[in-house]
Design a protein around this ligand. Structure first.
Ligand code: AMP
Length: 284
């Protein structure tokens, strides 16, 4: 496995792989890897011949009062996990190499970024779309892997790829990896105190119950969102940012789900830690 720290080096490595006829897979991450990231890498291993994992804590997707400076990092541990999959290359650039100064360009996907996390994290998805567009251009993968855990991010990236004619890059969604007790894996889970960690289980519990309600024939999404909100609000350590049920593709609020797919999405603070989770609701 190669560790490559510059845009020039990763471009050379990918070029060599492509000349050898290999299909290139990309897994973008911010590091501090867990089993969720590893499931993306394993999918990439299956679906491509040259797997690139990027590890880059992207400053432009953090707001001024967010956790950029204390975002957890452990490159040595990350490299050992990547080597065990195994992947072929880890791209770990410096901020200055990714964002030469002055940096004047950004990618903004309208509408899809207005609700859910976009409402409380202004500029976040602009940072995400911009860095993913850059990674797509640097690596030029045949296929890129993203977690369903960040469902809005996935929708934004799919739209960006379509709108900017990056449609020769296939985008694959990978289901959310969870701890045995249901908590969605996240690099931010390390911030949780033991009581917060226990309280956070309410998210997966409430979302699972919502899925069961829809499977049982419930079609009123506004009432269902109220019921999910009430379950989460009953947990004293939970401070709700949003609980929404939206159309899966447009991310617009949904009153009723008669057929097709909806997304139940939540963002909730436990102490200083903001967690997100979601589940896909499906009606036949
Ligand atoms: P991050 O390092 O948090 O930016 O995440 C990098 C990629 O891993 C994104 O595509 C995430 O959606 C994905 N990811 C994060 N947590 C999980 C999880 N629990 N299950 C599946 N994918 C995940």
């Amino acid at each position: 496995m190669e560790l490559l720290g510059t845009v020039r080096e990763i471009r050379q490595a990918v070029k060599a792989a492509r000349l050898a006829g290999k299909r290139v897979g990309l897994v973008p991450t911010m590091g501090y890897l867990h089993d969720g990231h590893l499931s993306l890498m394993r999918e990439a291993r299956q679906a491509s011949d040259f797997v690139v994992v990027s590890i880059f804590v992207n400053p432009t997707q953090f707001g001024p009062n967010e956790d950029l400076s204390r975002y957890p990092r452990d490159l040595d541990r990350d490299l050992a996990l990547c080597a065990a999959v195994p992947v072929d290359a880890v791209f770990h650039p410096e901020v200055g190499d990714v964002y030469p100064q002055p940096f004047l360009t950004s990618v903004r996907v309208a509408k899809l970024t207005e609700g859910l996390c976009g409402a409380s994290r202004p500029g976040h998805f602009e940072g995400v779309a911009t860095v993913v567009a850059k990674l797509f251009n640097i690596v030029r993968p045949d296929v890129a892997f993203f977690g369903q855990k960040d469902a809005q991010q996935l929708a934004v990236i799919r739209r960006m790829a379509l709108d900017l004619n990056l449609d020769d890059i296939a985008i694959r969604a990978v289901p959310t990896a969870r701890e045995a007790d249901g908590l969605a894996m996240s690099s931010r889970n390390v911030y949780l105190s033991p009581p917060e960690r226990q309280a956070a289980l309410v998210l997966s519990r409430a979302l699972k119950a919502a899925g069961e309600q829809v499977a049982g024939g419930i079609r009123d999404m506004a009432a269902l969102a109220d019921s999910v909100r009430a379950q989460i609000a009953a947990e004293p350590l939970a401070d709700i940012d949003y609980v929404s049920i939206v159309d899966y593709d447009t991310l617009q609020p949904l009153e009723r789900l008669e057929h097709g797919r909806a997304l139940a999405a939540v963002a909730v603070r436990f102490g200083k830690t903001r967690l997100i989770d979601n589940c896909i609701l499906e009606a036949q």
